[in-house]
Structures are given as structure tokens and as C-alpha cells.
Design a protein around this ligand. Structure first.
Ligand code: FCB
Length: 517
């Protein structure tokens, strides 16, 4: 009898719970529909951009990007590194990706999660392998292609303490060991690999400007405890390129055939345009491009540093032996391009540059910067609408510009736009109605990309940075690039308005109340 009463009470409770859940779901659904209608109204008041999935070739990937350190960490109450606890919530995140209709997800492997210590110990952390196996399997189960970045800024502290990380050639073998561990465990399912994320930017922020750990630099770039801004970025990149070349050789020889995968690298790819019509500034814009993305890509396509760099640099630019040139030449199947903005370029060889008006203009008249002053302003007017990141302005035509540059310089090698995204200026609220700017940003950049594709550029995919707000390196949680917001207390994922537009663009979102014709 007692059992029966408690069973009835239990049933009553679970029915009540169900009713409450239904009410909650309905409410969330209705409120999101209202937000969508509101945003559509705001959008229609602004410039409408007619961009459709059908503007891109069949099979073109639409994805979102994250990186391990920025989203994975676990709240432990001892540091700011709470991030989004993707480690425990990855299934929820995969469901989100699926519900948006995205066909690819780009993420990175945490080096220290997989290999907690150096190569000599041969210790592989099985729990880390299981975690990535589960992500990969669950993505594939839902028809989402995993795009794996092997290294995205984070490496075990031990490698820094023992020999100084990327400043030492010893790092090359450590990286190859890490890459091989990833290939061994995941290459039977992962088809798209990127060895390193943005070696060029990492070298700049770490060894030139000293903004990222281990924070090394020298004047005029900054006043760090130690470092040499004119030389160390060149050494770090040299080691990263050789590490890439060795890992690619291994991949092609032993792992590629498993699923006929492809391997590339991702570079930070600003577009530069001359500040004035003077020849010197036009040359400065070309130099800036060569000293930025081509610094990485020329060696990996042609086997050596760009002629524009070799023209000015002396012995501080490390050189490749003939075997190394052979190793590097043609060592990418595709180019990953992280593109956020465009800057003006001004020559500092023939004219004087004032190089102290921001942290990013310090040292513009130095060789390591190609003697180029870059700025987002001309005569007091910004090149495009400012965003939360001082170097990123909204200049959609820059997307077509950088893609065309790559197409011309590298004989139309396949490309993926591996990152493109918007963070709102600090004084603006990032949620709901202000997200209209993010929507507009993606529409305009996609339209510009579609134009490049129409003109023959071999671009095969576009990834939004980022799936969710996350730990934005030296800016912490202040900058928000995500299409999902993270509730700081509960870490719940809350869709921003842009998500509905993503769904609509990907032809996923069809309920009667929200359909906009
Ligand atoms: C890129 C990085 C990425 C993120 C975005 C905003 O340079 O690859 O991790 O920080 O910028």
C-alpha cells in the first residue's frame, strides 16, 4: 500500500516536472522567436545582404572554431582559467553544432592533456585520448567533419622550463612526437589536419611584443625581463616551420592513406592596403603581406622565405639547408586562413613614422616589422567600423582581397577560412539586439568570400570564430566572439541572435512562427 502511494506521488511529481519542463521549453522557444523577429526588424532597417548557402559550391564546409585552452578548462576556483568546461559539456556542444546545421567543427588538441610530460617518458594519457576519441566519434555520427588543429598556443610548461619552448630546435622533435601521437590515435577518422595555428601571430605576441607567456621582448617593443624582439620571432617561426615539415612528412608516409586525409597549416592573415596612393606606401602594403602570411606560406609552398624578406634581412633570418628546403616545399595540402580585418600600411623606409601611438605600432620602423607602419585610421577616419579588438576593423572587402592575394601568390592552392568573427566593442552590450552587428559582419564577409569564390578562388570552407564566448588570451573574458553566450554562473550555453540566422542560412530553421520570407 505504502509502495503504491509513493509510486502515485512519484508519478504525480514527474508529471508536474514534465509540465514545468514543457512550459519552460515553450517559453524559451517563444522568447527566441520574438528575438528573431526583433532582430529581423532591426536588420531590415539596415543594409540587407543577400547571401545564401547556394552562393557557395556544393560540399563547401560551414563550421565553427574553438581551441582547447580557450574553451576546455575546468572550474577549479584557483585561477581565471575557468573557460567553458567544454571538457565535461562537449556532448552538449556537439548537439549545438548539429542543431545549427554546421557541417564542420574545428578544435585543437590540448598537448598537456594527451602528453603530460616530455617525449622521453613516452607517457600518453589515455583519458585525454578517450576524450578526443569521443568528440571525433560523436561529430562523425552526426555528419560533422572534425578539423583538428594539433597545436593552438598551449604546450606543457616542462618544455618551456627545460629548453625554452619554440626558441629551441629541441621543440621540433617534441612537436613531431605530439603530432604522431595524435595521428596514431585519430588519423583513422580525422581527414582534415592543421599542424599549427598562426605561428606568425604567436611569434609576434610572444617574442616580439611580450604580450603572451613567456613574455619576451626588447625595446622599443616593450620592456620585458629578457628577450630580443628583432631576432627571437624569426627563430621561433623557423622552429615551428621545421616542426610542421617533419610532422607532415610523417603524416604523409604513415597515416595519410588511412582515410586519404589532408594536412595544412593555419596562418594569421590580415589584409593590408596602402595608406596613400604613393608608390612607397603601395610597396609597404605588399611588404606587410610578405612579412605576415607569406613569411609562413612561402617556405611551405616554395621551400624558402619570401624574397621580400630576404632582400632586407641579413644573418638574423635563419636559413634552411637544401634538405630542409626539400622537406618544406609543398608541405601543405591547403592553406588555413584566419582573417579578421584590414589595416592601412605606410612606408617607414623613405619617410618618417611615429611609432609610439599604440602598442601595435611600436617598432614599426624596424626590420622585423618590414619597416611598415600599420594603422586602422586615415585622417581621423577608421578604415571600417571598430570592434572590441583594437586591431580588427570591419572591412568586408578585405576578405576578397586576402583570398585573391593567396590565390595569385600560391597558384590557387585550396584554402579554408579557418577563423573569421566579430567581438563587440567593450562599451556595448554583446547580447541580443547588439548581436545584429555580428550578424551583419558574417553576412558581409561571407558575401565578399562568395565573390572571390565566383572569381575562381579555390576556397572550400568557412569557420566562424567562435562557437562560444571564451577565454580570449590576454583580454580574458572581456572580448566575446562567440555565437553562443556562456552564463558565467551556470556555464549554460545561450544562443545569441546570430545563431538563428546561421540556422536559417544553413536551411535548418523552419518553424512556422519564425520563418522570414
Ligand atoms: C586568433 C586566434 C584565436 C582567437 C582569435 C580572436 O588570432 O587564433 O585563438 O584568439 O584570434
Amino acid at each position: 500500500m505504502e509502495k503504491h502511494v509513493s509510486a502515485v506521488a512519484e508519478r504525480g511529481r514527474s508529471q508536474k516536472q514534465k509540465r514545468m519542463e514543457n512550459i519552460k521549453i515553450t517559453w524559451v522557444f517563444v522568447s527566441h522567436c520574438l528575438i528573431l523577429l526583433l532582430s529581423a526588424a532591426i536588420l531590415s532597417a539596415e543594409e540587407q545582404v543577400d547571401i545564401r548557402r547556394s552562393d557557395f559550391p556544393h560540399g563547401f564546409f560551414f563550421g565553427a572554431s574553438t581551441s582547447a585552452y580557450q574553451v576546455c578548462n575546468i572550474a577549479d576556483g584557483t585561477s581565471g582559467d575557468i573557460a567553458n568546461d567544454h571538457y565535461h559539456r562537449y556532448m552538449e556542444d556537439i548537439e549545438i553544432i548539429h542543431s545549427l546545421g554546421l557541417t564542420a567543427y574545428r578544435f585543437s588538441i590540448s598537448w598537456s592533456r594527451v602528453l603530460p610530460s616530455m617525449r622521453e617518458t613516452w607517457w600518453v594519457n589515455q583519458a585525454g585520448i578517450n576524450f578526443y576519441n569521443s568528440i571525433i566519434d560523436n561529430l562523425l555520427l552526426r555528419g560533422i567533419q572534425p578539423f583538428v588543429t594539433i597545436f593552438h598556443n598551449d604546450y606543457p610548461q616542462e618544455l618551456e622550463d627545460r629548453f625554452g619552448g619554440w626558441l629551441s630546435s629541441l621543440m621540433q622533435e617534441e612537436f613531431v612526437h605530439f603530432a604522431e601521437t595524435c595521428f596514431k590515435h585519430f588519423a583513422d577518422r580525422v581527414k582534415y589536419w592543421m599542424t599549427i595555428n598562426e605561428p606568425n601571430l604567436l611569434a609576434e605576441v610572444t617574442y616580439e611584443r611580450g604580450l603572451f607567456p613567456p613574455a619576451r621582448c626588447s625595446p622599443p617593443f616593450g620592456h620585458c625581463a629578457s628577450g630580443n624582439s628583432d631576432v627571437e620571432p624569426l627563430i621561433a617561426v623557423h622552429n615551428m616551420l621545421l616542426a610542421h615539415g617533419k610532422a607532415v612528412k610523417l603524416y604523409r608516409e604513415q597515416y595519410k592513406s588511412k582515410v586519404n586525409g589532408v594536412i595544412g597549416i593555419t596562418v594569421c592573415a590580415y589584409m593590408y592596403t596602402a595608406l596613400t596612393d604613393f608608390k612607397d606606401d603601395k610597396e609597404a602594403a605588399n611588404r606587410a603581406l610578405a612579412f605576415n602570411a607569406a613569411w609562413m606560406l612561402d617556405p611551405l609552398v616554395f621551400g624558402d622565405y619570401p624574397p621580400e624578406m630576404k632582400r632586407y634581412h641579413g644573418s638574423e633570418l635563419p636559413s634552411f639547408s637544401s634538405e630542409e628546403r626539400e622537406l618544406l616545399r609543398d608541405s601543405i595540402d591547403f592553406m588555413g586562413i584566419n582573417h579578421y580585418g584590414t589595416l592601412y600600411a605606410k612606408d617607414c623606409i623613405h619617410s618618417h613614422c611615429i611609432c609610439n601611438d599604440s602598442v601595435y605600432t611600436l617598432g614599426s620602423d624596424r626590420l622585423i616589422r618590414g619597416f611598415v607602419y600599420t594603422t586602422g585610421e586615415r585622417n581621423g577616419f577608421p578604415i571600417g567600423e571598430p570592434t572590441g579588438m583594437s586591431q580588427f576593423f570591419v572591412v568586408p572587402r578585405g576578405m576578397e582581397g586576402i583570398v585573391n592575394y593567396m590565390k595569385e601568390r600560391y597558384h590557387n592552392k585550396p584554402m579554408f577560412v579557418t577563423e573569421n568573427g566579430y567581438s563587440s566593442p567593450g562599451n556595448e552590450d554583446d547580447i541580443y539586439q547588439h548581436d545584429v552587428k555580428r550578424i551583419h559582419y558574417h553576412q558581409l564577409y561571407l558575401a565578399s568570400l562568395a565573390q572571390a569564390v565566383r572569381n575562381g578562388a579555390d576556397v572550400r570552407g568557412y569557420f566562424i570564430w567562435s562557437l562560444m564566448d571564451n577565454f580570449e588570451w590576454s583580454s580574458g573574458y572581456a572580448l566575446k566572439f562567440g555565437i553562443y553566450r556562456i552564463d558565467p554562473q551556470t556555464l549554460n550555453r545561450i544562443p545569441k541572435t546570430v545563431c538563428y540566422l546561421v540556422q536559417r542560412f544553413l536551411e535548418q530553421f523552419q518553424p512556422w512562427c519564425c520563418r522570414i520570407v
